[in-house]
Design a protein around this ligand. Structure first.
Ligand code: PEP
Ligand code: MG
Length: 326
């Protein structure tokens, strides 16, 4: 049996045929969360917790972490907030967790790896303590708190993160799919988690082997690159396959910058993405374009973009089918 796209949802994002597409916000602190709620976000799809502690020499205490997480949850009573555990390293170094002497920081011990592949002088247990602080903050109030790990590369890592989160008392656990190996392993990863979120910023960087911080490589670092769209399609198809025989699909979202590009948002939904998370100010423009297409039309637009040979052609093919963008 075909699993239905999402179990339940009431919010503003929807296609012309009524298909719900929750539009969530990317936030880094309580002030951004309040602004996102004000802007009408249906929840938070990416709470970048590392942004709270970028300048810290020492691990923040459990109390301080819990208070900071509460600050974000309080902006979304009754709504979903997806908390990402510390994505330390590479472009977001955290002195207490990441190392500054790696030859290739983007390929180094970053994100979830700081816990799984422990190395001196990292303090053990930072992830477990963070998960406990998130659970303590989630225990108060009505916010539906989900938790996910960044930089997961294998199903083994996803399974271990799921166990750690459950041990901390967190019910809904997921991983980011932002490494090509994770995209290619989605079928197995989905056995171990409740949802996945495609991080198109890093997925593009790693698929194209192009540093996301290098301006001269911006043309390569483009999520419209058909190779990146193909990997997203592979991940979405695998997630759908893993739901065959189940009543609902496990949600697959996008939380990279790609979700904020209205034409690309249509393509992502057409490829099988259920929710989009973006900077709050992009939500109205994305909502306006989504409501002009049906799911069937989005699928056709996505299929055509996928056939193109370069990013410019993929973008042009989608935009040509979206008169609202002219
Ligand atoms: C991503 O990689 O797409 C993402 C959303 O995470 P960040 O930009 O924080 O690495
Ligand atoms: Mg990332």
């Amino acid at each position: 049996a075909q699993a239905s796209r999402l179990s339940s949802f009431e919010g503003q994002g929807a296609l012309s045929d009524g298909t719900p597409v929750p539009l969530l916000a990317n936030v880094g602190n309580a002030a951004e969360a309040a602004a996102a709620a004000q802007a009408g976000a249906d929840g938070v799809g990416l709470f970048r917790t590392e942004f709270l502690f970028l300048d810290r020499e020492a691990e923040p205490s459990a109390e301080e972490q819990t208070a900071a997480y509460r600050g974000v949850f309080d902006a979304f009573p009754g709504k979903k907030v997806v908390v990402r555990t510390l994505d330390a390293g590479a472009d977001k170094p955290l002195p207490f967790l990441s190392s500054s002497d790696e030859p290739n920081p983007a390929l180094g011990v970053r994100g979830y790896r700081t816990d799984h592949y422990r190395r001196e002088p990292a303090v053990p247990g930072v992830l477990a303590r963070q998960l406990s602080a998130i659970a303590a903050a989630a225990a108060v109030g009505t916010t539906e708190v989900w938790v996910m790990a960044p930089m997961v590369a294998t199903p083994v890592e996803a399974a271990r993160f799921g166990r750690l989160s459950q041990d901390a008392g967190l019910k809904t656990t997921g991983v980011m799919i932002e490494v090509p190996s994770a995209a290619l392993s989605t079928r197995h990863i989905m056995k171990h988690v409740d949802f996945a979120s495609l991080g198109t910023n890093d997925l593009t960087q790693y698929t194209m082997a192009a540093d996301r911080q290098l301006g001269p490589l911006a043309e390569l670092n483009d999520p419209w690159q058909p190779a990146v769209l193909s990997l997203i399609a592979v991940a979405c198809n695998a997630a759908q396959q893993s739901a065959v025989g189940q009543s609902t699909e496990k949600p697959v979202g996008v939380c990279g910058e790609a979700a904020a590009d209205p034409a690309l948002a249509v393509v992502l939904v057409g490829l099988g993405v259920h929710t989009l998370s973006m900077t709050a100010r992009a939500i109205p423009a994305v909502a306006a374009v989504l409501q002009t297409v049906s799911l069937e039309q989005a699928r056709q637009i996505a299929a055509e973009a996928l056939q193109q040979e370069c990013a410019a052609a993929a973008r042009a093919s989608a935009r040509a089918k979206l008169p609202v963008l002219e």
